[in-house]
Design a protein around this ligand. Sequence first.
Ligand SMILES: CC(=O)SCCNC(=O)CCNC(=O)[C@H](O)C(C)(C)COP(=O)(O)OP(=O)(O)OC[C@H]1O[C@@H](n2cnc3c(N)ncnc32)[C@H](O)[C@@H]1OP(=O)(O)O
Ligand SMILES: O=C([O-])CC(=O)C(=O)O
Length: 371
Amino acid sequence: MTTTRGLEGVVAATTSISSIIDDTLTYVGYNIDDLAENASFEEVIYLLWHLKLPNKAELAELKQELADNMELPKEVIASFKTYPIQSVHPMAALRTAVSSLGLYDEEADVMEEAANYRKAIRLQAKMPALVAAFARVRKGLEPVAPRKDLGFAANFLYMLTGNEPEEIAVEAFNKALVLHADHELNASTFTARVCVATLSDVYSGVTAAIGALKGPLHGGANEQVMKMLTEIGSVENVDSYIHEKLANKEKIMGFGHRVYRQGDPRAKHLKAMSEKLTKLTGEPQYYEMSTKIEDIVTSEKHLPPNVDFYSASVYHSLGIDHDLFTPIFAVSRVSGWLAHILEQYSDNRLIRPRAEYTGPGMQTYVPIENR
Ligand SMILES: CC(=O)SCCNC(=O)CCNC(=O)[C@H](O)C(C)(C)COP(=O)(O)OP(=O)(O)OC[C@H]1O[C@@H](n2cnc3c(N)ncnc32)[C@H](O)[C@@H]1OP(=O)(O)O
Ligand SMILES: O=C([O-])CC(=O)C(=O)O
């Protein structure tokens, strides 16, 4: 047996959903650059779930299905008030809330293909409503009901603030959703696939995936990037802050990647958005600090920024609370998790690798009074 630390380079599944080859990311063969510039998030959801772009009627049907399923069970909203709401991280709240959604879905354990697709619609539709409702309830505000006339990106921003968002915010948020939707066999997607490969249900798979995304080495990095920018505070402080971290062998959040070597193709889109939005909001220092950090880390560590680096200043400019950055990642990535869950069910085999044992050799049981 050979052991590969962190499963680096191990090909553990086949998939038709997305690929990373020579640092190029594609969803079903469409380059991410093309999708980021042109596609709505709803089109991308359809693409990931049906492996083709929708025509007008198919897109209208999906949008209708999402709009019809956004409302949350009242029990789930009521349960927020039983959480330690002032201290709980919204990602932990989301993990718990998604799990509890399964309790109120009569089809939760129905394993037929059509029922699983219906659950995918429900989960995709309800995720933004959960994040927005939790964000409001913890501030003592009432949740805002979704509006059927708004698209996915606009609806999220509307449910979060209660105000119809500006076009520029909707465009930026839509692009961020498209960029985060899927990413081959990343840790959270792998987690979802491992979970449902036991023939467990969709809610369990997504709950497990949220748990994996939460960690700072994965989706949780975007919040940590903002924490770093806030700590640094000004462009003048970047140099000493980053050099001290590097000298202490600490990781700089938002840099490095297991698969990309030359760079993450999503980062340039977020970088451009960050430049534009931070100027518009009168906080260009967040973009300026970010580019200075990028200069140092790329030249000294040869590590390019990943998707989490510039998304931090983009979300900050959209007025989103910093601890909602990772839940927002989940609102997008659930589309990919669901695509992979459906793909896993369609040709399932239990995922069960081996471990190389490194503990003591054979031992003889010693009764407790003799130990
Ligand atoms: C959506 C996403 O999940 S994108 C990734 C988000 N995560 C982050 O941004 C967290 C910061 N980055 C990292 O921790 C890593 O680069 C990961 C987790 C993304 C990839 O990890 P791995 O492929 O396991 O690389 P690993 O952690 O082994 O790093 C290899 C070397 O590069 C260094 N390195 C990797 N990333 C960084 C970083 N961000 N800052 C400083 N050094 C780094 C490591 O210290 C290690 O150095 P060493 O060989 O001298 O010990
Ligand atoms: O693929 C990975 O390892 C992490 C990542 O960039 C993502 O999930 O978007």
